[in-house]
Design a protein around this ligand. Structure first.
Ligand code: ITT
Length: 187
């Protein structure tokens, strides 16, 4: 059971864990993310869902964010709330482009931590990083979040110009999910 209220993460994680029975958290799942690191916030979400999940289920949380070097790592763990309460993905991208302006320092990295609690209480943690740079304008319509303004170092397109499989092959979440699959002994 995935400890997230973000349907875009659910969609990507279901594809990444293809062949495993995955269910989303109940509607409205949204615990306070008071941590200062991806690991802390992933743990908060997994711990919050554990009591409500079936006893024989594995509970897995995803905490992720975009870390921009010229902004000292912001928006980081605050990526979903960067533009304030109610900000859309487009609002967040616009704010980021405005903050960076014409600056040449555009290096950034996506990070993802997956935190899984097994039925017996054992904890498994896996992470993934995707280095890249922030574009000067939003390009592409696929993916979600900051995908239209993020170009991985390994490509000349943004993540929003890639297919789901192309993104999964290189992304922070794809890397973390493959690590978690190994820890869980999944195919
Ligand atoms: P949950 O806490 O319910 O899981 P959330 O969206 O609030 O959902 P986070 O606190 O982990 O999750 O914030 C992650 C944000 O980072 C997300 O909302 C996007 O803005 C951004 N993000 C994470 N992964 C991304 C990706 O693959 N592509 C684009 N943006 C991403």
């Amino acid at each position: 059971m995935l400890a997230t209220g973000n349907h875009d993460k659910v969609r990507e994680l279901m594809a990444l864990l293809d062949g495993t029975a995955v269910v989303a958290a109940p509607d409205g799942f949204d615990p306070d993310e008071t941590g200062t690191t991806l690991v802390q916030n992933a743990r908060i979400k997994a711990d919050a869902l554990r009591p409500d999940a079936p006893a024989d289920a594995y509970v897995m949380a995803d905490d992720s964010g975009l870390f921009v070097h010229a902004l000292d790592g912001r928006p980081g763990v605050h990526s979903s709330r960067y533009g304030g309460p109610g900000a859309t993905y487009a609002d967040n991208c616009d704010l980021l482009l405005r903050e960076l302006g014409d600056g040449d320092q555009r290096g950034a990295a996506f990070g993802c931590v997956l935190y899984c609690i097994a039925p017996d209480g054992a904890v498994m943690v896996a992470g993934g990083v995707l280095p890249g740079e922030i574009t000067r304008e939003a390009v592409g319509t696929d993916g979600f979040g900051y995908d239209p303004v993020f170009r991985p170092l390994s490509d000349d397109r943004t993540l929003a110009q890639m297919t789901r499989d192309e993104k999964a092959a290189i992304s922070h979440r794809g890397r973390a999910a493959r690590g978690m699959s190994r820890l869980l002994g999944l195919p």
